[in-house]
Design a protein around this ligand. Structure first.
Ligand SMILES: Cc1cc2nc3c(=O)[nH]c(=O)nc-3n(C[C@H](O)[C@H](O)[C@H](O)COP(=O)(O)OP(=O)(O)OC[C@H]3O[C@@H](n4cnc5c(N)ncnc54)[C@H](O)[C@@H]3O)c2cc1C
Length: 490
């Protein structure tokens, strides 16, 4: 089977579907767009055999932005529940911080079905049950993608002026790009990939302990015992339904198991976390067709900055395939949605001006970095530091070193500045703070280091090269800054 089009998108997750819609919309449907997904229509966007593995939480801001940009809308049943914000609790549950504002709890199984309706309306051709295996190349540029139709193993080739890789965190396309490219093919799995898993559960309320369940708030628990190198979450999907799970860094889990003489796995930790929840009883897998086949699943999330370069000749990456999830909370839907609008505009411009080379597509790198990506490296550094801290230090830091200013920064999705630790006048006049710093001098020094590093990294990202010529120098400077932090926190 052979197809020919302007843009072929591989992967029908949120990144791929919205990119395909964006290209159709911004070209007034003048470009031929094909989207290839390996699932059948009824399971569109399914990540793995076990389901649409996700915490299901997306900020109102990011979903509204993509809806307004593409003139689409989502409502019940794909939006299952609305929340007022995301609360992060210290390991001892004594300190809570509002981490993000209003948001939606999606049904990730039903959401893609609504996307299919929009894709059809936008004139995007969707090819189902096609497993994309290799990129086609000619004369140093990508010219299409080849794969197999899974129902009968028929070979399929789609030739295109640009291939968009939106095939998620295990992308085989990005890992085997057959031309010279500035895109990094592999992630540092040991440090930058989280193993995550979750249940969708129905339950009965067992009490009013709002630190364990609150229908108005998504709750994140920092806890290095239950989620070493990651965090646990209880996200409400109604008054008596939740998405509950956790993520771990594998090497931190091994270290924790050695320290406690345990043999816990991701799954045993999730089960223990559910057992400990004081607000629920009679927890059971969610009933009903809207969740069947998606009640329990595990998968991986990249938690580093986005790939330093996301374009090659005739090829771009987006979403988890580009390592876009925020390093601090692994939220990947927001970045993917913002990026899909940016990428859609750049692709239309590039195809219409007949330049889909690395140079012609470079603007996607620049626009994404300026709009969203500029903060990710600094969150990567903060995440690496937090992963080294035992529970008592996280409790102490949240109680004594986090200021209202920091909380406001966090709400704005910015790196906390820890002004309490760097304001000289404050330090001179606040005896209580000085005594806390004397109690935990290294913690104070390292938090200040992450804030200073954040400032430097953001400044560096503001100098992201406008053209690919300046990239090699820029990336050297970036790696120098990052290596200093990695060594300090290794
Ligand atoms: C347990 C867990 C909890 C999470 N919680 C949250 C959360 O609460 N909020 C949030 O914002 N983010 C969360 N994330 C991250 C979020 O789910 C991802 O960032 C998001 O799904 C990325 O979208 P995507 O379109 O890039 O990739 P995906 O959603 O992975 O979609 C990729 C699509 O491509 C298809 N595909 C893959 N390979 C091929 C191939 N070779 N050929 C054809 N098709 C292919 C897949 O089947 C799938 O349909 C979580 C992730 C996990 C694992």
């Amino acid at each position: 089977m052979e197809y020919e089009c302007d843009v072929v998108v591989v992967g029908g997750g949120p990144a791929g579907s919205h990119t395909a819609m964006a290209v159709a919309k911004f070209s007034n449907q003048n470009l031929r767009v094909i989207l290839v997904d390996r699932n059948p229509p009824g399971e569109f966007g399914k990540k793995t055999r076990r389901g649409w593995s996700c915490g299901d939480a997306v900020s109102k801001r990011s979903l509204d932005t993509v809806c307004n940009s593409l003139n689409i809308s989502y409502s019940y049943p794909e939006i299952e529940h609305e929340v007022d914000g995301v609360l992060v609790y210290s390991p001892d549950h004594e300190v809570k911080v509002l981490f993000d504002g209003e948001g939606y709890m999606l049904n990730r199984k039903l959401w893609p079905q609504k996307q299919r309706e929009y894709l059809e309306r936008f004139g995007v051709e969707v090819l189902y049950q096609i497993d994309a295996r290799t990129l086609l190349s000619e004369n140093g540029r990508i010219v299409g993608v080849a794969g197999l139709r899974l129902s009968d193993q028929t070979p399929v080739r789609v030739r295109a002026r640009v291939v968009v890789d939106a095939s998620g965190s295990a992308s085989v396309l990005r890992a085997h790009i057959p031309i010279d490219t500035l895109i990094e093919r592999e992630i540092d799995k040991e440090n930058d990939m989280e193993a995550t898993g979750r249940y969708i559960l129905d339950f009965e309320r067992a009490g009013d302990d709002e630190t364990w369940f609150d229908p108005r708030y998504c709750i994140i628990h920092l806890d290095q015992y239950l989620a070493p190198g990651g965090y646990c979450w209880v996200f409400p999907k109604g008054e008596s339904k939740m998405n509950v799970g956790l993520g771990v860094q594998r090497k931190a889990l091994e270290r924790r198991n050695r320290a406690y003489g345990k043999e816990d796995t991701l799954v045993s930790l999730i089960d223990e976390y559910v057992r400990r929840n004081k607000a629920i009883r009679n927890a059971r897998l969610a009933a009903g067709s809207q969740d069947s086949g998606n009640e329990y699943s595990t998968w991986q999330v990249p938690v580093r900055r986005q790939n330093d370069c996301m374009v090659a000749n005739g090829f771009v990456i987006i979403g988890d395939a580009a390592w876009m999830p925020r390093p601090i909370d692994a939220g990947g839907m927001g970045p993917a949605l913002y990026a899909s609008v940016i990428l859609g505009k750049v692709l239309v411009e590039a195809v219409e001006s007949n330049d889909t080379s690395e140079d012609g597509l470079w603007k996607y790198n620049v626009d994404y970095v300026h709009a969203y990506g500029y903060q990710m490296a600094s969150f990567e550094v903060l995440r690496r530091y937090l992963q080294t801290l035992p529970n008592e230090k996280i409790d102490f830091g949240m109680r004594y070193f986090l200021s209202q200013d920091d909380i406001e920064s966090i709400k704005r999705r910015e790196h906390p500045r820890f002004p309490r630790l760097s304001n000289l006048i404050r330090l001179l006049t606040d005896g209580e703070l000085r005594s806390r710093i004397r109690q935990e001098p290294q913690l104070a020094r390292n938090l200040k280091f992450t804030a200073d590093k954040s400032r430097k990294l953001i400044k560096l990202y503001m100098e992201y090269p406008e053209m690919k010529g300046g990239f090699q120098d820029w990336v050297k400077r970036l790696r120098r800054e990052l290596n200093e932090a990695y060594q300090r926190f290794s």
